[in-house]
Design a protein around this ligand. Structure first.
Ligand code: SAM
Length: 721
């Protein structure tokens, strides 16, 4: 990509008006280089993919001013461009020892000098050209090359309005198109190929789930290309695409979590005034093993004993709001209106209710002159907040055919504009905290939206799929094994203010645990089938009294299998968001009630873990990474304790009660959790429909014991000597 012409074209791209990253990153470096220099005190700068290295000058100036910097090394595949930029640096900084490595930064870092306190500088958002897996291994490779205390300065482009993103990657003058097509020219030269550049059209697409701008070249008409050096012919259909490049975008929490996972500790994060772009300073931690038990939100930049400020900004706001719309996008207006049972809310209602939350709790009290979009919406979209006034009954949400889906979209847009405006005016920490709560609330509803639409589609006799492309067949599950925990005094929960957590996770407190053992994976469908075949649903000695009564209560009686299972000609089937299919014994069982989980555990000669046992075990494991929503859990393939997050919420035997010293949040939002602390059980972990980054080790989900429609599963525990 970066031959001489490619490097030249990239420089041109950095000057086009739509391409904001270069100017934004330059602005950050000009404003904050002194701060960065003070925090890292680097003696040697190593710049990966420096290109013209002109933005780096501000940083070199600051480090020179601080009196620490001795050397600069550039590592770039583009030899010519590297020579030019090193030449300019030598002229500008005659006292600096300037060297270059013409090589690949993914595999040639051993050629970089060692010994001084180094800062690896990787600007331009180039790290976003690597996909998530590639990036994870690249970042941990970089961490391993550094000594503890050495630094990494990373420029990352932040998630933003898709229209602006796409304009930046598909400029009106077609320079990006020329840059991408240059790839074909390079292949023509290096592989003796005959791509006709005029027979390809450039296009850029935004994938809001993967946070990826995906660039490709589309064949204009069917054509055959020969690649002489490979003795190969390539037949392309009309419209067939060649993927040339991806540019991944980031949220602040997302990049901090990736750095932590790779073995870094984030020391600072700076953005331009519009928060289009971020520069992150991270330090190699003393061990490059993934850090265990690190908090997820704001934890990276937190000093011990301080209270992290709330972190929402325009971009995290829009990222969460866009993610909700992406989940609703495959659904028709009819799909979005149906309510199949009182617990299920229509998609349209979720989209409106989370918007009402911002209107009711943020805009009305905190934005001068704000008037509700429609006074009637305050009644229609309130869920259970008595303090916010009367509301429409929950079981009747499916009766609201008007306002329609289009009006709900317009409602969202209007509130988003007002929120955007509010966020631009530097709201107070108290307002930011409410916005942060609103975003976590919306993520909870993203999961509810999927739970609910699964019930809508899964109870439709036609059983339509929410998503058609099925994941590949699951690998077989390994046999279940147990991990012993010594017991003793454990600390559970989180102190409020440390990082974002719901009020029910506080305060942190001590508990005493007897020794116990916990299963290393969730119970599988195959194991559940053994329970069914052994008459598990017909044996009263296995069931709690309420559970036994529930088996024969309607609707749903007589219950003899998890929700969404049915038997046809002796074969068990299950509905998943990918549509109906015969059950797969390797997958974790999901959609079982507390009653079923408890009966199964008794049948298996075990019990359910308490929430304290679960947290004591989970706090010794890595925190959840942020995979995309998978829609259905997969088999456990790793060793050790697996499937804590991202598979199924795990029932615990613990009643949902306040922690000692619990105090609900002040005001109407105090109704969020505390008032539900009776008659429910705690579930821990997270499910395959939980939004990435939403859950954490202290997270307490809760449902009544009969609930099957959440994505619930079972992890067993047992007593130990
Ligand atoms: C997007 S440009 C960024 C240039 C500069 N850092 C900036 O911020 O403007 C990417 C740079 O990385 C270099 N590059 C891309 N892939 C590389 C690799 N695998 N190894 C070394 N250099 C690479 C290119 O030659 C180019 O100079």
């Amino acid at each position: 990509m970066y031959d001489e012409r490619g490097s030249h074209l990239f420089e041109e791209i950095t000057r086009i008006p739509e391409y904001y990253p270069t100017a934004a990153e330059r602005e950050i470096l000009l404003a904050y280089s002194a701060d960065i220099a003070e925090r890292c005190g680097a003696e040697a700068l190593v710049e990966l993919g420096p290109g013209a290295s002109d933005k780096t000058i501000a940083l070199i100036d600051a480090l020179a001013e601080a009196g620490t910097l001795r050397s600069y090394t550039g590592v770039d595949v583009a030899g010519e461009a590297l020579r030019d930029s090193l030449g300019s640096l030598c002229e500008r900084f005659p006292d600096l020892e300037v060297t270059g490595v013409v090589g690949d930064f993914t595999c040639d870092l051993d050629r970089v000098p060692t010994g001084d306190n180094r800062l690896i500088v990787f600007l331009g958002g180039t790290v976003g050209n690597l996909g998530p897996a590639e990036r994870a291994s690249f970042l941990s490779m970089v961490a391993k090359k550094l000594s503890p205390g050495e630094g990494l300065l990373l420029g990352v482009d932040l998630v933003k309005d898709p229209a602006r993103l796409l304009a930046a990657y598909d400029d009106a003058d077609g320079i990006t198109a020329e840059f991408e097509k240059n790839v074909l020219a390079v292949v023509n030269r290096s592989l003796d190929a005959d791509f006709d550049l005029d027979r390809f059209e450039y296009q850029a697409r935004w994938d809001s789930e993967l946070l990826e701008v995906r660039m490709s070249l589309r064949s204009v008409g069917a054509q055959t290309v020969s690649l002489g050096a490979l003795d190969m012919r390539l037949d392309l259909d009309d419209g067939e695409e060649i993927h040339t490049e991806s540019s991944y975008k980031f949220t602040r929490d997302g990049i901090a979590a990736e750095l932590e996972q790779a073995g870094f500790v984030t020391m600072g994060l700076w953005t331009d005034p519009c928060a289009d772009f971020a520069v992150v300073l991270a330090q190699r931690a003393s061990s490059t093993e993934p850090l265990v038990g690190m908090p997820q939100h704001g934890g990276a930049t937190k000093q011990a004993g301080t209270v992290a400020p709330p972190s929402p900004d325009i971009h995290s706001y829009h990222a969460v709001r866009t993610a909700t719309e992406a989940l609703a996008a495959p659904l028709s207006p009819e799909d979005q209106t149906v309510q199949t049972m009182p617990d299920v809310s229509p998609t349209k209602w979720h989209r409106a209710h989370v918007t009402w939350f911002f209107e009711q709790f943020v805009l009305m009290p905190h934005r001068d002159g704000y008037r509700p979009v429609d006074e009637r919406y305050l009644y229609l979209w309130n869920s259970y907040y008595e303090g916010a006034g009367p509301r429409h009954p929950r079981p009747d949400r499916g009766h609201i055919s008007r306002p329609g889906v289009g009006e709900v979209t317009a409602y969202r847009d209007t509130v988003d504009e007002a929120m955007h405006d509010l966020l631009c005016r530097e709201p107070s920490p108290a307002v930011l905290r409410l916005i942060e709560l609103g975003l976590h609330h919306e993520q909870q509803h993203q999961e509810l939206l999927l739970m609910d639409i699964k019930h809508v589609l899964g109870t439709n006799p036609l059983k339509p799929a929410y998503r058609l492309t099925r994941p590949p067949a699951a690998a077989p599950a390994g046999s279940l094994s147990w991990t012993r925990h010594e017991g003793g005094v454990e600390e559970i929960g989180v102190n409020s203010g440390e990082h974002f957590a719901f009020d029910n996770e506080s305060p942190r407190h001590r508990v005493y645990l007897d020794p116990f053992e916990i299963a290393d994976r969730l119970v599988t469908v195959g194991e559940w089938l053994e329970f069914v075949d052994d008459g598990g649903y017909q044996r009263p000695e296995l069931w709690l009294s309420d559970g036994w009564a529930w088996l024969s209560s309607s609707p749903g009686a007589p219950r003899q299998a998890p929700l969404y299972w049915w038997c046809e000609d002796g074969v068990w089937w299950a509905y998943t968001l990918y549509g109906p299919a015969p059950i797969d014994p390797a997958l974790p069982v999901v959609h079982v009630s507390y009653y079923e989980a408890d009966a199964f555990a008794r049948w298996a000669g075990a019990r359910l873990p308490t929430e304290e046992e679960w947290e004591a075990v989970a706090s010794r494991q890595a925190e959840p990474s942020a995979p995309a929503i998978a829609l259905h859990p997969d088999t456990a393939v790793e060793s050790g304790i697996t499937q804590l997050y991202g598979s199924a919420w795990q029932w615990t035997s613990s009643a949902y009660l306040p922690y000692p010293g619990f105090e609900p949040a002040a005001g109407a939002v105090g109704e969020y959790n505390g008032k539900f602390m009776v008659g429910q059980h705690v579930l821990r972990g997270g499910a395959a429909i939980t939004p990435p980054g939403h859950t954490r080790v202290t997270y307490r989900n809760f449902f009544p014991p009969a609930a099957q429609w959440p994505m619930t599963g079972v992890r067993l525990a047992r007593n130990s000597d």
